[in-house]
Design a binder for this molecule. Sequence first.
Ligand code: GAL
Length: 330
Amino acid sequence: MKIFLAALTATWLCLAVPAADAIKPGALWPDNLGEHIQAHGGGILKVGDTYYWFGEDRAKNNPRGLRCVSCYASTNLVNWTHRHQVLKLRNPENFGRGWVLERPKVFYNAQTKKFVMYMHIDGALAGEGHGYKLARVGVATCDTVDGDYQYLKSFRPLGHESRDIGQFIDDDGAAYLISEDRPAGFHIYQLSDDYLTVAKDVCLIPEHLEGGALVHYDGLYYAVGSELTGWNANPNRYATAKTLAGPWSEFKDLAPPEKNTYGSQSTMLLKIIGTKTTSVIFMGDIWRPDTQWDSRYLWMPLEIGNGKLSLPAPREWTLDVKTGEAIINR
Ligand code: GAL
């Protein structure tokens, strides 16, 4: 029995289906080898019919001192094959103790035919203890999507502090980096033609938001972010604008605020354009700071339309990437 539940102009369906091949928010998510996927704070790049999921690889048995990024591939967004640890970095620029590599995001540059990875690089300043003081982005490139990425450099975008980063590719293919600049706010930067640097500050939204994500849906841009509460979940919020440069609306709650985004933090909004409909998936991390390798994922199809965005309570759901239909199990 099919029950169509289109609140707003939402594009998801509601139907009882078997749990096989369902996306299970908060559960262990085994890859093809049976290992829990290590792609925390991640992002997705689609190449042909294949989705590549990049993220922080925090596996317990990674060698100490190495910061790793893993890449997984899937054609249905449910079953993922571990392709490669595409970056294994040992303090490339003599950063301070406790340096970190977080939230890797990969873009494809059609002009140079390079895959370009951005990452949040942080750590202590020289002579200081631990801390997120460097506030830089790092850049690495590769000739293939899942090969060995070569670390190139780190910098502060246009001189601004940069902590959590997000990625956005607009419908015209233009590539943007979302970056948290404390205390100024949330920047949307356009990348240079070769993607190796930041060319332009398209907008500074003066809100203190991490885990920044953007999607363009039905003529409106939606920006999502979380409060600055470290690994602890908080009520993520969203705003809308007709152009990336703004003006942006006030930020509103994505879900009932007492739910703290169901224990998760935004990392990306993924748009699936199908033959029947377009779905937008909220990709979030459920962090487990003391056992990071066991951090979980909360992916749910959003109710979206007419300037409103709502994250449904987590439940198992299935996705047909061909038709674009997302079906939440009840
Ligand atoms: C979060 C951020 C994570 C990580 C963490 C460290 O707010 O989103 O990527 O940096 O803080 O406390």
